[in-house]
Design a protein. Structure first.
Length: 553
């Protein structure tokens, strides 16, 4: 049993070390060879085929827009349009009729209060986001058009909760285009209506929207960053490794966009029964991604006019906000395999924060609730371990007596366990059951926008970042500051281990003393919110163990 217990502990450590590589579903990766793979699935209700094509080679015929979209020939004449709401400050340009900048007022670049607002539009000219093309092969490029805006400034407040911006122009004597943006107070949602009229009746594909994004400046370990789309409530995250890699999807679509871990840029088609074609391509080595959405046209029917409605979302991945907007936008908040546990934990954490207005305190309360839920099982396991410790002399005698007869030894051991009503694995079971909760909470504290730059107390001003106490004139190599919370967690784990009954021999017990050191090293770069959870959990376990040792025979 001692060897099995030691093996179980070692396996637990390996799980903790290796879980980082398995905490989420692997994103789809394009193949390196120029091959096409088609995956078909059928929906039981509408019998619509979804087609996904992955390839490294891409042409403008597939994407519908050249990589140098903006010739900048209208820069001097183009006017800027400013949109100011309670949530964001946006700048559009008549050059292409596109969004040039979107500053989120409630989110800053760093935790420093003087840091500037975060700009969710991560690209600069000549590749601006939300370009528009009409036609199919090769199609008329509207990204170089000089639109005329009906106003140059929009301010939303309590008196004006909604305003509309109209951009119009003619591509030539035959094709005219109108973009209508409708902005709303109190939301990151923007309505976009696109109207295209062709007097020559040559439109074979009404229009497409092109969204440009590049990786954000912040780097999140073990968190997906890149293009994604959602079809019938199922999230698909696309990983593009090399310039030219692209993926194509055709079928019913909820939304397509770019996920940067904390924020989402998404285009939402509002024609629910329409099939769509989405193509996502990596443009250069710097990570610029071009995502294109357009109607899935299978016929060559020529149209004289086309009108399409979209929704745009440029904002935080806040689960309650996204859920209220429908269209399966909340699927962008993805915790991988642990969604079933992580999302309820996030909702509970947000519920507690309504009362405490401090996510650090909310984490402590959540830890207490989890401990209470696991208390009966943990209590039973710890009592089982204490009984096992008392039975060590009897176990030793049985091994000496039946050491050469494994079958008889196992039979006698089972009888002994039955007599004293103990489970030899009862001490490990509570830890095994808590591991999924630990992983789920890790994902929540790492990815949830609610924890980004959320302060706790004293030097802990960001629960999503590692704990560091900065002392002027003191610099610790590779760490910078002192991981006080992590060190306290290691001490609490050592105390807990010393108090817990053990059936290991003295040599194995000494080896187990390295466990707190190993865990402390592992937790050094974990989010301080997660370390806080583990520290509080250890303290509660120490209290529980003290009670068992003092009052349980």
């Amino acid at each position: 049993m001692e060897e099995r217990t030691l093996i179980a502990v070692v396996l637990s450590i390996l799980v903790l070390i290796g879980f980082q590589y398995f905490i989420g579903p692997p994103p789809k990766t394009p193949t390196k060879t120029a091959t096409n793979t088609t995956v078909k699935s059928t929906n039981s209700k509408n019998k619509v085929q979804n087609k996904t094509t992955i390839s490294k080679t891409a042409t403008n015929k597939n994407i519908g827009l050249s990589q140098t979209a903006n010739s900048q020939k209208f820069v001097g004449a183009a006017k800027k349009i400013v949109v100011d709401t309670d949530l964001y400050h946006m700048v559009l340009t008549e050059d292409g009729g596109r969004i040039e900048k979107c500053l989120l007022k409630k989110y800053r670049v760093t935790v420093n209060p003087k840091s500037p607002p975060l700009n969710i539009v991560q690209v600069k000219p000549p590749n601006l986001p939300l370009g528009l093309v009409v036609g199919q092969e090769p199609g008329a490029n509207l990204s170089n058009m000089l639109f005329k805006a009906n106003k140059t400034k929009i301010v939303l407040n309590n008196n004006k909760k909604q305003q509309t911006l109209v951009l119009t122009d003619k591509l030539n004597n035959k094709i005219s285009v109108k973009k209508v943006f409708t902005f709303h107070e109190g939301t990151y949602w923007i309505d976009l209506k696109i109207q295209v009229i062709d007097q020559g009746k040559k439109i074979t594909s009404p229009c497409r929207i092109v969204l440009y994004n590049r990786p954000p400046s912040h780097k999140l370990e073990y968190v997906f960053l890149g293009p994604a789309y959602c079809t019938q409530g199922k999230l698909e995250q696309i990983k593009l490794k090399h310039p030219g890699d692209h993926q194509k999807f055709s079928g019913p679509l909820d939304w397509m966009g770019y996920d940067d871990g904390y924020f989402l840029s998404a285009v939402i088609p509002l024609a629910s029964k329409q099939n769509w074609t989405v193509t996502m391509q990596k443009i250069n080595k710097k990570g610029l991604v071009q995502s294109t959405i357009g109607p899935d046209i299978t016929s060559k029917q020529q149209l004289s006019a086309a009108s399409m409605n979209f929704g745009l979302y440029l904002g935080p991945k806040e689960i309650t906000r996204l859920k209220a907007l429908h269209h399966h936008l909340a699927e962008a908040v993805d915790f991988g395999w642990f969604n079933i546990i992580a999302k309820p934990l996030l909702y509970v954490l947000k519920f507690f924060n309504k009362f405490f207005h401090n996510y650090g305190i909310s984490i402590i309360v959540l830890t207490i609730v989890i401990k209470i839920l696991f208390w009966p099982l943990t209590h039973k396991g710890q009592k089982s371990m204490k009984t096992m410790q008392k039975l060590q002399p009897k176990l030793k005698k049985l091994k000496e007596k039946y050491g050469d007869d494994k079958e008889r030894l196992n039979k006698e051991l089972m009888q002994l366990y039955k007599t004293y009503k103990i489970n030899p694995l009862g001490g490990c079971l509570p830890m095994v059951l808590q591991i999924p909760v630990f992983f789920a909470l890790y994902k929540v504290l790492l990815q949830a926008i609610e924890l980004r730059h959320a302060p706790f107390c004293l030097w802990i001003n960001d629960l999503s970042a590692p704990d560091r106490l900065m002392i002027p004139g003191v610099h610790i190599p590779f760490l910078g500051g002192i991981p006080v919370l992590t060190l306290l967690m290691g001490v609490s784990m050592f105390i807990q281990q010393k108090m817990s009954p053990s059936s290991l021999d003295p040599m194995q017990s000494k080896m187990m003393l390295f466990m707190p050191i190993i865990f402390t090293v592992m937790f050094i770069n974990f989010p301080s919110g997660l370390v806080l959870y583990w520290l509080v959990n250890n303290i509660l376990s120490i209290i529980q163990q003290y009670y068992i040792n003092k009052f349980t025979d």
